[in-house]
Design a protein around this ligand. Structure first.
Ligand code: N01
Length: 536
């Protein structure tokens, strides 16, 4: 049975960097990847309009100046095909493919308490053993298909945005329905509307969306950004969100009404997440949040011509930012098109399907194609999709039955030598996830180097340290407005999933400082078993 130092699951941005980093330090590694290519989320999410919503100069690896200088981003926010080409470029440049088994799934993993390593079963590469199991499976990688009544009756095509066919999908002139108006739906709707004969948007909860103002980056700007990379990266590394945008320099409640209006307008015109991160009190003070939310609602009403449609598109049941902000290109404008209909399925719920219709309580809608932009079993889906068994054969799924947690969002008590890149309890999804990935991989590499040089064979999070960490994650979130929405951050989008706020809300730079302090303190909160103790 092949035996490695590290078995890495997933060849997205986390898995690629983990392979590069650990291999470079002399660890033998194998990556297992279900897809037939690298790129992770960008390999699967090929829906029309898919693109990053953190600026590309930030949403890219910072660990290699050579890669930074050789690669040139074409747009402020790159489209999915370009990001996928980038992932392939990195994989080729670093010669990563030779250590990746593509088209292969891990089907089970069990910790061998005697040998202090993992036995891993796969569907196409047999059984493997590894000292360390590194889950680089992504936070948003298991698509959620909702339990829609009678969906099996529908004879048209049904496509999830996160499992879009590689060969594309012919929508021209068709009657297309889309369920879901989160980031995926908001990106896909404007593009599908241009192609489809008619598009019916089935919306249950409207979301707040800020314009991206995306466009090609002029040559001089690209050059200037490349020249500035080190400053930009260092600014991102010292920020809340892991991004180089200026943050928290305004307090909504300290401004006059005129100043506020001007500030909101400016952030709207700048576009993207800065609408949230410019304001220090937006996620703490309900009154401040409501003012920011009201500005966006007024924008929606100004853009959307039909008052009833505009009213239906205005979010009312959650603070702005408590569900992840969407960043769009022409989303609200799309509802002025004559071939687009908005259906409020909270007011008029979906009751069933016929061969070519979706029916609600009061209407039926003829459809050729149904697009599901219905999200993911976020943060834990990929970690509980198959049996991962730790000490005494206990599964991770059972361990997390009352809520998921990991010390630093990286290690789980009872699962020695298992590490999660951007797991529950890490800042990951509230930060620029690429930078969060880099930080996790670098911190983990240091830990594994330390283990190697100190003859440590087993690394395990202490359960009290983990509980304290997760208590802090929850308490910190409870002090904000993040917990005032039924979001996937809480697992609220998956029926039966325990509601526990999973991301670390105190910001990337504070998180990184804590990780450094823990390392400097001899990896406080971890049990480190030395070979000599083992022999004794
Ligand atoms: O998923 P979501 P997503 N009947 O969970 C609706 C990242 N991302 O794929 O809110 C009717 O946000 C659901 O309605 P409701 C980003 O982090 C990034 O859009 O539950 N509707 C909601 O509208 C993002 O936050 C980018 O009432 C149903 C939608 O489906 C995360 O991925 C692009 C339903 C799901 O929204 C997830 O985004 C895309 C039902 N039975 C994604 N079930 C970038 O730009 C669900 N819905 C980088």
């Amino acid at each position: 049975m092949p035996e490695y130092d590290a078995l890495i699951v997933g060849a997205g941005f986390a898995g690629l960097y983990a392979l590069h980093k650990l291999r470079g330090l002399g660890f033998s590694c194998r990556v297992i990847e279900a897809g037939t290519g690298v790129g992770g989320t960008w390999f699967w999410n090929r829906y029309p309009g898919a693109r990053c919503d953190v600026e590309s100069f930030s949403y890219s690896y910072s660990f290699s100046e050579e890669i930074e200088q050789e690669w040139t981003w074409s747009h402020r926010y790159a489209m999915q095909p370009e990001i996928l080409v980038y992932a392939n470029f990195v994989a080729d440049k670093l010669d990563l493919r030779r250590d990746i088994s593509f088209g292969t799934r891990v089907t089970a993993a069990a910790y061998d308490e005697k040998r202090h390593n993992w036995r891993i079963a796969t569907d196409a590469a047999g059984e493997l053993r590894a000292r360390y199991l590194v889950m680089a499976t992504g936070c948003l990688s298991v698509p959620k298909v909702p339990d829609l009544p009678g969906l099996g009756n529908f004879r048209g095509e049904v496509i999830h945005t996160a499992d879009w066919p590689r060969e594309g999908c012919e929508l021209a002139g068709k009657r297309v329905g889309i369920i879901g108006t989160g980031s995926s739906g908001v990106q896909a709707i404007p593009i599908i509307a241009r192609e489809a004969g008619h598009l019916t948007v089935f919306q249950r909860t409207p979301n707040f969306s800020i314009p991206a103002w995306n466009g090609p980056l002029p040559e001089d700007q690209r050059k200037a950004m490349k020249g500035e990379y080190r400053n930009l990266r260092s600014k991102a590394r010292n920020s809340y969100a892991g991004d180089y945008a200026d943050e928290y320099y305004l307090t909504i409640m300290d401004m006059t009404a005129e100043q506020r209006e001007a500030a909101f307008e400016l952030r709207w015109r700048e576009g993207g997440f800065n609408y949230q991160y410019a304001f220090r009190d937006m996620m703490d003070d309900p009154q401040a949040n409501e003012l920011a939310a009201d500005f966006v609602r007024r924008k929606i009403r100004a853009i959307v011509s039909h008052p009833a449609t505009a009213a239906a598109l205005c979010p009312k049941d959650h603070p702005i930012g408590s569900k992840r902000l969407c960043v769009d290109t022409g989303y609200y404008e799309t509802f002025n098109r004559p071939n687009v209909t908005l259906v409020d399925v909270k007011a008029d719920p979906i009751t069933g399907f016929t061969a070519d219709q979706l029916t609600t309580r009061t209407h039926s809608y003829a459809l050729d194609t149904l697009v599901l932009a219905t999200g993911f079993d976020a943060m834990t889906g990929a970690l509980t999709a198959f049996d991962i068994r730790g000490r005494a054969g206990r599964t991770l799924k059972d361990t997390w039955q009352d809520g998921a947690g990991a010390y630093l969002g990286i290690a789980v008590a009872g699962f020695p030598n298992l590490f999660v890149i951007t797991g529950p309890g890490s800042p990951s999804v509230l930060a620029n996830v690429i930078l969060a990935i880099e930080q996790h991989v670098e911190w983990l590499s240091d830990l594994l180097l330390y283990a190697r040089s100190h003859h440590i064979t087993e690394i395990e999070a202490d359960s009290t340290a983990q509980d304290d960490w997760m208590s802090d994650v929850r308490a910190s979130a409870d002090r904000t407005l993040y917990t005032h929405a039924n979001s996937w951050y809480l697992g609220a989008n998956v029926p039966g999933k325990p509601r526990v706020f999973m991301p670390y809300v105190n910001g990337f730079s504070i998180y990184e400082a804590m990780c450094k302090a823990i390392a400097a303190d001899g990896y406080r909160g971890f049990h480190l078993l030395r070979q000599t103790e083992e022999a004794a």
